[in-house]
Design a protein around this ligand. Structure first.
Ligand SMILES: Nc1ncnc2c1ncn2[C@@H]1O[C@H](COP(=O)(O)OP(=O)(O)OP(=O)(O)O)[C@@H](O)[C@H]1O
Ligand SMILES: [Mg+2]
Length: 521
């Protein structure tokens, strides 16, 4: 399924439409394979750049004449023989150019550039056109102005129109292809959620995640303590749980304590417990987490936030297997496995004396560094699918799908908040899309929807101000520079692609200094 509306919103489409309108006074519109116009040109109040087309569309049968032209051209392009067609429109001597848009080799629609007359059109022929327009129901005044203003296309300009129109058709094709590729990928991957790309409740198929699964698998029988490091929301707690639930201690307790949530005294009594009367409010003995977790796993989250004195106490438990409850005089024995996590750079903290080296090395027997989501881009579709299913199941809704545009936006976003941010966004999408089966981009958070809105690579930097010559040169430079990279500096190949002679490409490359050697120098 091709989403023409989304294609129309592509930045490059509006930019090229603007360039064609501004430079050549012509309209650019596009249709699907049935000739249905998907741009706004058939709207009553469309702001035409071509006065001729405006007059045409305001006349009684103008729309029908346009449809007739489109049908004729679409039929011709559908045969698949032409890459471009310069056609004669319903109106005498008025022409247009059309380019096929193909997806997976199949004709899917067309891009049109219309209307203009050739520079060779004589005044007698222009009079003929005026007469024809009047016969077709345009007032003599309107017909006169329309004929006067219609673009007279010079051969050189025609060349550029061909290039720009062709380029636009190509952009549409590659955009659609990219999106379908991603969709196929998701389809393929979602069938794999639950098998190879999962470990406990973690999902991810990237090499980095696979390496983590392999490591977790390897340590599943070990009793060593583990240090998990990673940015916020990268899944540190999930890893800690996976370690516990695949370990020999799985039938005992898994207890998590967030070290940053307590001040020193509270953390002390929280971890080690206290005896009655040891401080105001200690009305009876309290078991600490170490005792409760005995035989199991204690997860010390945010260990980088513990004070140096607390670090000494932790070290002692780890080294000697004993601790002293607050206010007690005899130490208690304990057997817990420690898994610790932090998003802080402990090495830096050690250098500054904020984290004890002995404790670090004692815990860091096994080190697991979790990658940020932006380093494992390929996991995004899988995670999106996973969270979507989870949310839909939980809320008793039928399984939804993401629209192409929504998917594209999610993939483009850099996810500073990592998996947690992604999960929250999916939850939001499921809620906001209510009963709709397909999740459109309009429900995305603004920061995701607007991300990179002004950074369209293909046309970034082309001026639509200034002289035509300068702007065309700029465009030439850009197309050649990009093309050379794409074709690996094979000039014959690029010349063919650009439909110019090899000699003229070489001249241009020299003129603009775009050769590889010059660049490397
Ligand atoms: N690989 C993953 N697969 C599925 N869900 C994940 C994955 N990684 C993280 N999550 C989910 O993302 C959220 C954040 O994960 P978690 O709490 O484990 O991260 P964290 O690193 O401990 O974050 P913080 O530093 O903020 O404490 C959780 O809801 C978790 O279920
Ligand atoms: Mg956490």
């Amino acid at each position: 399924m091709i989403n023409w509306q989304d294609l129309g919103k592509l930045h490059v489409v509006s930019k090229l439409e603007g360039i064609l309108g501004k430079w050549f006074g012509v309209e650019m519109f596009y249709t699907d394979a049935h000739g249905k116009v998907w741009s706004d040109h058939t709207n009553k109040d469309y702001a035409f750049k071509s006065h001729f087309m405006k007059v045409q569309m305001q006349s009684a049968y103008g729309h029908d004449f346009l449809t007739e032209d489109i049908e004729k051209v679409v039929d011709q392009l559908a045969q698949g023989k032409d890459d471009v067609v310069v056609y004669q429109s319903y109106f005498k001597n008025v022409k247009g150019v059309a380019f096929p848009v193909k997806f997976e080799g199949e004709f899917a629609g067309a891009v049109f550039v219309y209307p203009f007359v050739m520079d060779t059109t004589t005044s007698a022929e222009m009079d003929e056109l005026k007469k024809h327009m009047i016969e077709c129901g345009t007032t003599p005044e309107d017909a006169a102005v329309a004929c006067e203003k219609v673009k007279k296309m010079w051969p050189r300009e025609m060349e550029y129109v061909r290039e720009l129109g062709g380029l636009l058709a190509e952009e549409m094709m590659s955009f659609h292809e990219e999106i379908s590729k991603r969709e196929n990928q998701i389809h393929e991957l979602s069938s794999q959620v639950g098998e190879k790309y999962r470990y406990h409740s973690m999902v991810g198929k990237s090499k980095k995640m696979q390496a983590i699964y392999a490591l977790l698998e390897k340590i599943s029988n070990s009793e060593s303590s583990v240090m998990i490091q990673g940015e916020n929301g990268t899944g540190k707690e999930l890893v800690a749980k996976a370690i516990h639930f695949y370990s020999p201690r799985k039938d005992k307790m898994f207890l998590a304590v967030n070290c940053s949530a307590f001040n020193d005294n509270l953390l002390d009594s929280e971890l080690f417990g206290h005896v009655k009367g040891s401080f105001t409010g200690a009305v009876k003995d309290k078991k600490g987490l170490f005792e409760t977790a005995n035989g199991g796993t204690l997860f010390l989250d945010e260990i980088g936030d513990t004070s140096l004195s607390m670090q000494v106490k932790l070290l002692r438990v780890l080294q000697e297997g004993t601790y002293l409850p607050v206010g007690a005089t005899t130490p208690k024995k304990v057997d817990v496995r420690i898994v610790a996590a932090t998003n802080k750079n402990l090495k830096e903290m050690m250098a500054k004396g904020e984290f004890r080296e002995d404790l670090y090395y004692r815990i860091n027997v096994i080190n697991i560094g979790l990658p940020a989501l932006r380093e494992r881009h390929e996991d995004i579709p899988l995670l999106m699918e996973y969270f979507l299913k989870k949310r839909c199941d939980e809320s008793g809704k039928a399984m939804k799908t993401y629209s192409k545009k929504c998917m594209e936006k999610m993939l483009d976003y850099p996810w500073p908040g990592n998996v947690r941010e992604l999960e929250n966004e999916v939850e939001r999408l499921v809620v906001l899309s209510a009963d709709e089966k397909t999740i459109g981009p309009e429900n995305l958070s603004p920061r995701i929807l607007d991300w990179g809105a002004s950074a369209e690579p293909a046309f970034k930097g082309v001026n639509t101000e200034g002289t035509l010559k300068d702007a065309l040169e700029q465009l030439e430079i850009m197309m050649i520079r990009e093309g050379l990279k794409r074709c690996n500096f094979n000039k014959s190949k690029l010349a063919k692609e650009l439909d110019i002679s090899r000699a003229s490409l070489i001249m241009k490359v020299e003129k603009y200094g775009l050769d590889k050697r010059t660049k490397a120098a």
